[in-house]
Every structure is written in structure tokens, then in C-alpha cells.
Design a protein around this ligand. Structure first.
Ligand code: NDP
Length: 449
């Protein structure tokens, strides 16, 4: 098969051109392993080198961020914005503030974002940015000074019709507020240049909930194809940030029982279920007190805390990895399957390793890759942009309907391109091909640029 040689040759070149960037190699491989066979009989895409062009970012901006801590010491971090592709709309994608952030991670995220945004069917290209700054343990004043310094440089490269960042790990409502304020101060403009804004200054209802809710809607849509529901299902969730909390909320609403949540220090297991009042406690613990998940067991002594462990060893029907990349490896996947897991929907970006995905596919369980499963967040960000442009605000009911419609359409596109038999859909293949076609066709229309 000629495409196998093309794929090998392409990956060898990609790894040579992007040394020391394993996350980027992994994300590209996950996509192109499906695209090379798809375009094998489509010379129009092959001749125009669409895959080669898509995996070379339009540009990468890297800059110094200098700020002062509470003791008056000068601190230096590195900031980035990776603008991957704007064929179908202005660059769009979050900002991540975490000590692990590097160019490889942001390139993988910007690449993924291009396909994800295409799947939403909204006019948004793909980008991602961030800094190797750790907001944990910093005072509000320190976070504010960092955000202001970061935006002082970033503002040269973004704009409401050019590039519209949003939140991601370590960037929530507080950070978006500081950055939007600085952008407004420097440009003297009040425009929708960021999404995830506060409701007082152009934010959208349900943006906070959208990624977690969307991840659960995706799983619900997959369950429906097997005439199944969330009712009575035990659900293991990782993370306890924005995505995890609202995924848990939606699982509860649909009749499932959430048994785990986690953070980088370990996970909690609550066999009785983390119901809505317990979730309220976690929301306060995480977003107001900025505390650790281990505190949960002081409040609810029936639950157990497992330090330095991931939640994939517990017995569950469904797993929703909602923390970070590569948090679910081959051994975790084997444990999940052994314990009866029938479905995985990825709330985080690329949480499952390639080996874990392969195992899920071999066992033909329901598996939704992140570019489809967590697209609800950027979809509502797109709706926030529409509301900002039109200077209107839609109601919660209207936005809920739009989010559910978008997630259903994403599911259906994945099914259309990924159905392998009467009983099995390869959602990874479906998402990759469906996401590719729109971007590729737009690139063809522009000629060789
Ligand atoms: P938050 O910062 O709100 O929460 C992140 C959670 O993941 C925290 O509980 C954090 O624990 C945990 N975590 C982070 N890094 C690690 C690690 N290395 N090991 C174990 N746990 C870790 O981020 P979000 O909830 O916004 O994002 C979570 C994931 O979802 C990311 O992959 C993000 O890219 C993706 N995503 C987010 C969207 C959004 O709308 N927010 C949209 C689409 C995707 P701790 O506090 O200990 O660090």
C-alpha cells in the first residue's frame, strides 16, 4: 500500500524538522495515520501537499514576559502564541499557564485545535498559546502583573478578526479578566478579542460549562447508537478543574454516578457518588479557596484519597479523562477494560496515549477523541464571538440548544466518516477526516499559499 510508505516518509521528515517535540509528533501521527489512507486515491489533496502544509504552523511567536513578585523581585517567563492555520476563520484557541508548557505542547494543541474548530462547523481557525508560568501559590497581585505583562506583548499579534485566545489549564475567569483589561487599556478598544470573559464585559452564558457538558453529550450520543443511556452508569473522571467539574455536573443530571475526581496530587474515590452538593463544595474548594482535592475526604470521610495515583484502576462503566495530555496510558487502558469500562470520552486534550487508544479500538468500546469530545468549549466561544459582533446576548436556553445541536452534528460527522460496520464506529478516524475536509478544501481554494 503506497500510503504506508508515504506515511512513514512523512513522519520521518516531521520528526527531523521538529526535534525534541514528542507531543507534537504524537498529535500529528494520530491524525495523519487516518489521513494518508483517506487521500491515497485523491491526488487533488496529495498534489497540493495539504497534510504537509497543515502540519507546519503559519507562525510561532515566542516572547519574554517580565513581571515583579510580591517581594519586589523581577521574574522572567517565556510566552508563546502558535498560529497553526486560519484557512476557515481567524485563529482561535486557548492560553495555558502551567510550568510544563513548552513549544511542543503548544504546537500539538494548535494543530489539534485546527481540526476541532473545523468540526464545530463555525468559522474558526486553529491556534494556541500560553506560558511556562505557574499560577499555583501566587497571589492575585502576582497573577495580575504576570497577565498584564503577557498581554502587553501578545496584543501585537491578536485581534477580533485575527486571533481570539481563550482560557485553558491555569487560565480561568480571573486571568481572562486581567488580560482583557490590559488589552483594553493598551488599545483603547472594547472588542471581543478574548472569549471566556465575565458576563459584565461581553461573556457568554454557559461558556464555563460548555466543554465539560459537551464531553458528556458526546458520550451520550455514542451511547444512543447502542440504545443505551447514562442512567445508572458509574463514571470515573480525572481532573477537578473547569472541564472535570462541569462534566461531573452533566453526568449527575443525566442519571449517572460520578465516583472519582483528581488533581496532580492524586484522586478521590467516593463510592456513594459525588452528587451536586458535593460538587458545589469542590467548586468552592478549587475556584475560591484554590485548595487541593485531598481536602474532600476531610469533608466527606466515607470517601478515600489516593496520593500520586490516577483514577483509572476503579471499577466504572465510563471514563472521562479531563485533566491533561497523556494521563491515560496502555496499562491504565488495560485496567479500565478489565474493570468493565464500555466508553471513554476525552474532555482533556490528547489525554490517552496512542497505545491506550489502540487498545480501546481493538476492544471496540465507544471512544471519542478530544478533538470531537471537547469541542463544546470552543463552539460556545465561537457563539460568544457572534454575540460580541452583533452586540447581543443569547439566553441560556438558546445557547444550551445550540451546544447540544453542535455536539450532535459533530457526533454525526464522526459517524459518517468513521462507521466501519453495523456495530462499530471508529470515531478517531471519523473526527480526523471530517475535520480535515473543510480546512483542506478552503486551502485548495486559496491556491499555493
Ligand atoms: P483547569 O486548570 O481548570 O484544571 C486542570 C485540572 O487538571 C486540575 O485539576 C489540575 O490539577 C489537573 N492537572 C493539570 N495538569 C496535570 C498533570 N500534569 N497531572 C495531573 N493532573 C493535572 O483546566 P481545564 O479544566 O480548563 O482543562 C483541562 C483539560 O481540558 C486540558 O487538557 C485542556 O487543554 C482541555 N480543554 C479545556 C477547555 C476549556 O474550555 N477549559 C476546552 C477544551 C479542552 P492541579 O490543580 O493539581 O494542577
Amino acid at each position: 500500500m503506497a500510503w504506508k510508505d508515504d506515511l512513514d516518509q512523512f513522519m520521518t521528515g516531521l520528526i527531523r524538522r521538529n526535534p525534541g517535540e514528542p507531543e507534537f509528533h504524537q498529535a500529528v501521527y494520530e491524525v495523519v495515520a487516518n489521513l494518508f489512507p483517506y487521500i491515497d486515491d485523491k491526488p487533488i489533496y496529495k498534489d497540493a501537499q495539504i497534510i504537509e502544509r497543515l502540519s507546519e504552523p503559519d507562525r510561532i511567536i515566542s516572547f519574554r514576559v517580565v513581571w515583579e513578585d510580591d517581594e519586589g523581585h523581577v521574574r522572567v517567563n517565556r510566552g508563546w502564541r502558535v498560529q497553526n492555520n486560519n484557512a476557515i476563520g481567524p485563529y482561535k484557541g486557548g492560553l495555558r499557564f502551567h510550568p510544563s508548557v513548552n513549544q511542543s505542547i503548544l504546537k500539538f494543541l494548535a494543530f489539534e485545535q485546527t481540526f476541532k474548530n473545523s468540526l464545530t462547523s463555525l468559522p474558526m481557525g486553529g491556534g494556541k498559546g500560553g506560558a511556562n508560568f505557574n499560577p499555583k501559590g501566587k497571589s492575585d497581585g502576582e497573577v495580575m502583573r504576570f497577565c498584564q505583562s503577557y498581554m502587553t506583548e501578545l496584543r501585537h499579534y491578536i485581534g477580533p478578526n485575527m486571533d481570539i485566545p481563550a482560557g485553558d489549564i491555569g487560565v480561568g475567569a480571573r486571568e481572562i479578566g486581567y488580560m482583557f483589561g490590559q488589552y483594553k487599556r493598551l488599545t483603547k478598544e472594547f472588542t471581543g478579542v478574548l472569549t471566556g470573559k465575565g458576563m459584565e464585559f461581553g461573556g457568554s452564558l454557559i461558556r464555563v460549562e460548555a466543554t465539560g457538558y459537551g464531553t458528556v453529550y458526546m458520550m451520550n450520543n455514542m451511547l444512543k447508537t447502542n440504545k443505551d443511556t447514562f442512567e445508572g452508569k458509574r463514571v470515573a473522571i480525572s481532573g477537578s478543574g473547569n472541564v472535570a467539574i462541569y462534566a461531573a455536573e452533566k453526568v449527575n443530571q443525566l442519571g449517572g454516578t460520578v465516583v472519582t475526581l483528581s488533581d496532580s496530587s492524586g484522586f478521590i474515590y467516593d463510592a456513594d457518588g459525588i452528587d451536586s452538593s458535593k460538587l458545589d463544595y469542590i467548586k468552592d474548594l478549587k475556584t475560591v479557596q484554590r485548595g487541593r482535592i485531598s481536602k474532600y475526604v476531610e469533608q466527606y470521610p466515607n470517601a478515600k484519597f489516593y496520593a500520586d495515583k490516577r483514577p483509572w484502576s476503579v471499577s466504572c462503566d465510563i471514563a472521562l479523562p479531563c485533566a491533561t495530555q497523556n494521563e491515560l496510558d496502555h496499562d491504565d487502558a488495560r485496567e479500565l477494560l478489565k474493570n468493565g469500562c464500555i466508553g471513554v470520552s476525552e474532555g482533556a486534550n490528547m489525554p490517552s496515549s496512542l497505545e491506550a487508544i489502540k487498545l480501546f479500538q481493538e476492544h471496540k468500546i465507544l471512544f471519542a477523541p478530544s478533538k470531537a469530545a471537547n469541542a463544546g468549549g470552543v463552539a460556545v466561544s465561537g457563539l460568544e464571538m457572534s454575540q460580541n459582533s452583533a452586540r447581543i446576548s443569547w439566553t441560556e436556553k438558546e445557547l444550551q440548544r445550540l451546544l447540544e445541536d453542535i455536539m450532535s452534528r459533530i457526533h454525526d460527522q464522526c459517524e459518517a466518516y468513521g462507521r466501519e460496520s453495523d456495530t462499530y464506529v471508529d470515531y478517531v478516524k471519523g473526527a480526523n477526516i471530517a475535520g480535515f475536509i473543510k480546512v483542506a478544501d478552503a486551502m485548495l481554494a486559496y491556491g499555493a499559499i
